[in-house]
Design a protein around this ligand. Structure first.
Ligand code: SAM
Length: 283
């Protein structure tokens, strides 16, 4: 069945290349809600939302902690720009307290001085190069019995094999549009080494070696609609990852146009993608 859903682009002039538009899509909220539920955080707890970005996951955690005055959510992110947006989005949380702190995941124990009940880390673990240091920092930030929950679709297995063709065609078409409409080409040498794809086993070994016990481990297959591909094409980190060395506006427009054309041509409504979800406990 052809894709009838109309996707409205934000005009390039109005884009700020932040994560906010993508973060608020219903399918993406559901992915993170699933992980927060799996983590079993509950009212009265102190929870770190690590790499909180523009606050989408912070809101989901707050909804779960509602009703207890002692609850505290601490959003940590290295981007002051994202934190500013998160503060603006979450200005009216009444039941639980929220704090936002700028800091690096790899230095978490210096940012969070008192032990916490849980660290929730959505869609960013693949961005941290030194994952051993990261797991050590999370371990020492948690109380005994505390929970570390993370998800990522950038792991070995994130792309179901039948979708490889989609990625190839999308990139090929985007580069063609970039050339024909803007006279630009991506600069291969500048390809960022941001996305380290570990296997599930490498992730679980890493955690076990640090002393964590794996409590939950599962793969969540998500049907990502055109809206998801269009909105992720407006996020700076994604754009520079797939089309490095090109001005953001032109690269974003090419990715969005290519995705829209291909959904129409391939007569699909969704492209599936896997999210790895792991919940580990500090004994
Ligand atoms: C894709 S967004 C995810 C935001 C949010 N957790 C979510 O799932 O919607 C990735 C975020 O990770 C942050 N980030 C990247 N590396 C980081 C690091 N080493 N320490 C803390 N935050 C980091 C970025 O600034 C960005 O806000």
């Amino acid at each position: 069945m052809a894709n009838k859903e109309k996707v409205t682009y934000v005009s390039a002039g109005d884009m700020n290349f932040s994560f906010a538009a993508f973060a608020n899509t219903p399918f993406y909220r559901k992915i993170n809600t699933d992980l927060v539920e799996l983590s079993q955080v509950h009212p009265g707890q102190r929870v770190v939302d690590l790499a909180c970005g523009t606050g989408g996951v912070t809101k989901i955690i707050l909804e779960r902690l509602r009703g207890a005055k002692e609850s505290l959510v601490i959003g940590v992110d290295l981007s002051t720009f994202a934190l500013k947006q998160a503060r603006a989005e979450i200005s009216s949380a009444k039941d639980a307290m929220v704090q936002f702190v700028q800091g690096r995941a790899e230095h978490l124990s210096q940012v969070i001085r008192e032990k916490v009940d849980a660290v929730v880390f959505c869609n960013a673990i693949h961005l941290v190069p030194d994952k051993e240091q990261l797991s050590g920092e999370v371990f020492s930030t948690l109380r005994s019995g505390g929970v570390f929950a993370f998800n990522t679709s950038f792991y070995e297995g994130g792309h179901p094999p039948e979708t490889e063709q989609w990625y190839r065609r999308w990139m090929f078409r985007s580069v063609r549009i970039l050339r024909s409409e803007y006279g630009l080409s991506p600069v291969k040498a500048e390809k960022v080494e941001a996305r380290q794809h570990l296997t599930v086993e490498q992730y679980t070994d890493l955690l076990k070696e640090r002393g964590f016990q794996i409590k939950e481990q599962r793969v969540n297959t998500i049907q990502v609609p055109l809206e998801g591909w269009v909105l992720i094409s407006q996020f700076e980190d994604w754009i520079t990852g797939v089309l490095p060395g090109v001005p953001l506006k032109e690269a974003s427009n090419s990715l969005q146009k290519a995705a829209t054309q291909l959904f129409e041509e391939m007569k699909v409504n969704f492209i599936p993608r896997n999210w790895l979800e792991i919940v580990a406990v500090r004994p």
